[in-house]
Design a protein around this ligand. Structure first.
Ligand code: UN1
Length: 512
């Protein structure tokens, strides 16, 4: 009746009351109790006790000790542990996907998709464990060899958000572990049970392989426990995913102690629809991008920039498509859209709709909070569309909800690009066109200023194989594929003299 949630809890080893701090399989916590309510039905799913400052100190000390041992393991041996962790993810894909769906509210399909991202990044990391290449350079001095090595960095702090409560952790950890780092994770206090479930899976596998305690660690709580990490000199890298506001606070705190931060912050992602666009694919890409995950992806489509010659046609097709959207319990596979995460998110959604009208926008698809049977949690809202102008304050701002702004451009694709790039965020972008010139212009140096630029695909749903992140106030960090692993290691340049002389670089003479 409750879509197998009890069974999922059992399979994941979750209790009604859980401890939210862990170094390996040792779970402890002495802080306040966080209650996790499901946005799906408003039920209290379980409780997680938060991390106190003393718990935090114990965690970091253990993680650091663990790192000192872990860095001596060979990278392929570390990869073998990640491979076994991945076997467990494959085995537990359904219960974990279900828990993600129930605690966060995204559709079950998307919950499974998120666990699939974890599986994929682990596969990637296992292969990487036999690579982690450095370059060999030619020395300017005779009889010298110069090369570079990548060494483990230390304890990596990971701060992740509620919307991808498991995948973002794994993008960081899977890479950081094969790189030889210990990871301390602060998940969102809105999704504490998924964090505990993930840590349990990792800790079991790590213990079986005699991985030192602390290489996978969990801390739980609000921003205050995150602050302990950002100010902590023992943590050379803090990877943070969340709002621009949070990212600015983290970046300043970490920079103050000259640590490194990897920031993956807000987006304001647009799809440009040119006269040469395939309308059918545009509609699918735009609608999935705008309403998928109830508009709570950092890659969600927020703006559609449509050429005036096809504006009415595209607008009508999208408005029609919105009529087909089924909103309801995300564990019921007939529904496309589940709830927002909580009441605060509902307020932000309502505020955006009021504000866009106040600024002169025109609502095309009416929003509203759903009431009645099945909607008791009060978090179900109708995806909305408004005609708006790019300079509106509300359009410039990322609202984490299914509100899509549509606008016109005329003339060349340059005009669309100006609108697209005319926001402070720079995460994801897309163009729908079968015109080679437009597509190449969009991808050129004069084109999209975002970290992700797609042709004939929507803005969301990036694969793990590419580097993920964006420019400007999105924070500049890159996670996941390509060479994103380098941020989790320290680079060392080595020069070796195998002669009996000591020639100096730059031709300097220094005779004694
Ligand atoms: C996020 O919303 O924080 O590209 C991550 C996507 C997903 C990840 C989104 N692969 O939509």
């Amino acid at each position: 009746k409750n879509f197998g949630i009890d069974k999922a809890f059992k399979e994941l080893g979750l209790e009604h009351e859980n401890k939210g701090t862990s170094v390996g399989t040792d779970f402890f916590a002495n802080g306040e109790t966080i209650e996790s309510y499901s946005p799906v039905d408003g039920a209290l799913i379980g409780k997680v006790q938060a991390t106190t400052e003393a718990d935090y100190q114990k965690t970091i000390e253990t993680a650091h000790k663990g790192f000192l041992e872990w860095r001596k393991w060979t990278a392929p041996a570390r990869g073998e542990v990640v491979r076994q962790f991945n076997d467990e993810l494959r085995r537990l894909k359904e219960p974990l996907g279900k828990l993600v769906s129930y605690e966060m509210g995204k559709s079950y399909q998307e919950g499974l998709g998120e666990v699939q991202e974890m599986i994929d990044i682990c596969d990637f990391a296992v292969g990487l464990s036999r690579q982690l290449h450095g370059l060999t350079m030619h020395s300017e001095r005779p009889g010298h060899r110069m090369y570079e090595q990548w060494h483990p960095l230390g304890v990596v702090g990971i701060i992740s958000a509620f919307n991808f409560p498991v995948a973002v952790w794994s993008w960081n950890t899977a890479l950081a572990w094969v790189c030889g780092d210990a990871c301390v994770w602060k998940g969102s206090e809105k999704t504490p049970l998924t964090s505990v479930a993930c840590q349990k899976i990792a800790a079991r596998v790590f213990e079986k392989n005699n991985v030192p305690a602390g290489v996978s660690s969990l801390i739980t709580g609000d921003y205050k426990v995150g602050e302990l990490m950002t100010n902590d000199k023992r943590i050379p890298l803090v990877s943070a995913t969340g709002s621009i506001r949070m990212g600015k606070i983290v970046a300043q705190a970490v920079a103050k102690r000259l640590g490194k931060s990897l920031l993956e912050l807000g987006g304001n992602n647009a799809i440009i629809v040119t006269p040469d666009a395939d309308i059918k694919n545009t509609v699918i890409g735009a609608v999935f991008g705008a309403v998928g995950t109830c508009g709570q992806r950092c890659t969600s489509t927020r703006r559609l920039i449509i050429h005036d010659s096809i504006y009415d046609k595209v607008k009508n097709a999208i408005v029609d498509a919105y009529k087909q959207i089924k909103i309801g319990n995300p564990l019921d596979e007939n529904n496309h859209v589940g709830p927002l995460i909580d009441q605060d998110a509902v307020k932000n959604y309502q505020h955006a709709l009021e504000k866009v009208e106040a600024e002169g926008g025109k609502v095309l698809v009416e929003g509203g909070v759903l009431e009645g049977e099945g909607y008791e949690s009060g978090c179900y809202v109708k995806p909305a569309i408004a005609e708006a102008e790019n300079h509106f304050e509300i359009v410039q701002h990322e609202t984490f909800a299914p509100v899509l702004y549509i606008m016109k451009y005329s003339g060349d694709v340059e005009n669309a690009l100006e609108l697209q790039n005319g926001v402070v965020q720079g995460l994801s972008s897309a163009i729908m066109t079968n015109n080679l010139r437009e597509a190449e212009k969009f991808l050129s140096a004069e084109g999209s200023d975002c970290g992700i630029a797609n042709v004939n695909i929507g803005t969301s749903g990036a694969e793990i194989g590419g580097a993920f992140g964006g420019e400007k106030e999105t924070g500049g960090g890159r996670e996941s594929g390509s060479d994103a692993w380098k941020v989790y290691m320290r680079r060392q340049t080595n020069t070796i003299n195998y002669t009996t002389e000591l020639p100096l670089a730059q031709g300097i003479k220094f005779d004694l």
